[in-house]
Design a protein around this ligand. Structure first.
Ligand SMILES: Cc1cc2nc3c(=O)[nH]c(=O)nc-3n(C[C@H](O)[C@H](O)[C@H](O)COP(=O)(O)OP(=O)(O)OC[C@H]3O[C@@H](n4cnc5c(N)ncnc54)[C@H](O)[C@@H]3O)c2cc1C
Length: 410
């Protein structure tokens, strides 16, 4: 019997994982991976600052919605098939020892993304997966059975019995033009996971300051995120801001990244609690200057900036603060409205919100509902996560689920 031919488009995390898994689920198939770049897994090597935060223990995840702003329902179903435990066991079996950090992010013990890439590529090589580099897909057309694929700078289309599209996120809608002949519905892409520009020169002068536990909200919405906040030369970044940008990706895009960010510099502490903290400091340090006593969650530079923002002199004594001033200070610490005027102009966006619409995809197999034997996995779908290893976990899970489905059908 002739071998079934499977094409995977994109040698990224999802594509390579699907290929590696197909060697077990469909060992009789002929698997080809096509990558437009001259090397595979280029983005994976950049992940986690080159260390690759390949998944998360999920121990501190209260709801999947909090980590997957788009696609949490789909991920809930798919995790029954292949979750973070399965991914961790998979990589350990392939010789990648892992560590779970205190923040629950999972990294290779070697702290090298290259080791993760090598494990995937070694498995693909051992089992005869054919990797074609420098091959950009331009068009997919249905054949009587399967599909004809046309690649750039190649005249004759190639025939495959099944196709898995794993081309990743594309900030430009044109990145998915190769799907045009099939009429696959797409959700317009916008960036997610970005830092923001704040129109406040004094705040930006604090660049490098980290507030370990802050809460950031978008005024007038219910959108908020907690975690470490980093002040940069442009404005706000760090896990809390990136998380907020993910949840608010579309809201902010529609408003051209102009909004009001309300920061609680003390995390989840409310105004009343903060008022009693400040009253306590005032009582115990009555004769001391404001510049010399401040809430322990802040550093001195940030404290001086906050005092200045309320026109309070650092040389003033704590005893001179009226109850009204103490309340203004408590409000500033817990609800500081800052004008967002844009997103980081540098192309640092980590993931794309949007992509192939989930309504068109079979949630059990990731096969297109109207186009049999055409599968999608990874960021090309309208699924994305906050930072912490959740995006790569989605790529492993979806790659595994497609390989399982193809193993049953091929
Ligand atoms: C700097 C950075 C750091 C990150 N760090 C982390 C992290 O630590 N943890 C985490 O979970 N996530 C991280 N992410 C997100 C994560 O890398 C992605 O979510 C993940 O790589 C998505 O996998 P994918 O296979 O869907 O897409 P990709 O990894 O982007 O792979 C898609 C592949 O398809 C190829 N391709 C595209 N179009 C075509 C075409 N027409 N023909 C042929 N090939 C094509 C691309 O060249 C690419 O190689 C990071 C992202 C960035 C940018």
């Amino acid at each position: 019997m002739e071998k079934k031919r499977i094409a995977i488009i994109g040698a990224g995390a999802a594509g390579c994982f699907a290929a590696a898994e197909l060697t077990a689920t469909a060992p009789q198939a002929e698997v080809h991976v096509f990558e437009r770049l001259s090397r595979p897994l280029a983005k994976l090597l950049l992940t986690g600052g080159g260390r690759c935060n390949l998944t998360n223990s999920f121990a501190e995840v209260r709801s999947l919605e909090s980590v997957y702003p788009r696609g949490h329902r789909l991920m809930r179903r798919l995790f029954h098939r292949f979750d973070h435990r399965a991914a961790m066991a998979w990589f350990e079996r392939e010789g990648v020892a892992l560590v779970v950090q205190d923040d629950q992010c999972v990294f290779p013990r070697s702290q090298r993304a290259q080791q993760v890439a090598d494990a995937l590529l070694a498995k693909m090589r051992r089992h005869g997966v054919r990797l074609h580099l420098g091959r950009r897909l331009e068009d997919i057309r249905p054949a009587e059975a399967g599909y004809w694929l046309t690649f750039a700078a190649q005249s004759a289309p190639l025939h495959f019995d099944a196709v898995v599209v794993t081309t990743g996120g594309s900030p430009r809608a044109s990145g998915l033009d190769f799907l045009s002949s099939l009429g696959v519905a797409r959700v317009a892409p916008v960036p997610s996971l970005f830092s923001v520009v704040v129109d406040d020169a004094e705040l930006r002068a604090l660049s490098g300051t980290v507030v370990e536990e802050a809460t950031v909200r978008l005024s007038g919405t219910k959108l908020k995120a907690e975690g470490a906040l980093l002040l940069t030369h442009l404005g706000l970044s760090g896990p809390a801001m990136l998380r907020l940008s993910a949840h608010a990706a579309r809201y902010l895009a529609e408003r051209d990244y102009r909004a009001e960010v309300a920061v609680n510099w003390l995390g989840a502490q409310g105004e009343e609690e903060t008022l009693s903290l400040l009253s306590g400091l005032a009582r115990e340090n009555a004769g001391k200057q404001l510049a010399n006593v401040w809430p322990s969650a802040l550093n001195r530079r940030l404290w001086l900036y906050l005092l200045q923002s309320l026109s309070l002199r650092p040389t003033e004594r704590w005893s001179s603060l009226s109850p009204k001033t103490l309340r203004r200070l408590a409000a500033r610490l817990t609800n500081h409205a800052l004008p967002m005027t844009g997103r980081n102009p540098f192309k640092e966006e980590f993931v794309t919100c949007g992509g192939v619409a989930l309504s068109e995809i079979n949630a059990e197999t990731l096969e297109h509902k109207k186009h049999p034997a055409l599968f999608f996995a990874g960021e090309v779908l309208d699924v994305d996560a906050v930072t912490g290893g959740f995006n790569l976990q989605a790529a492993w899970t979806m790659g595994a689920v497609v390989a399982q489905a193809l193993g049953r059908g091929v």
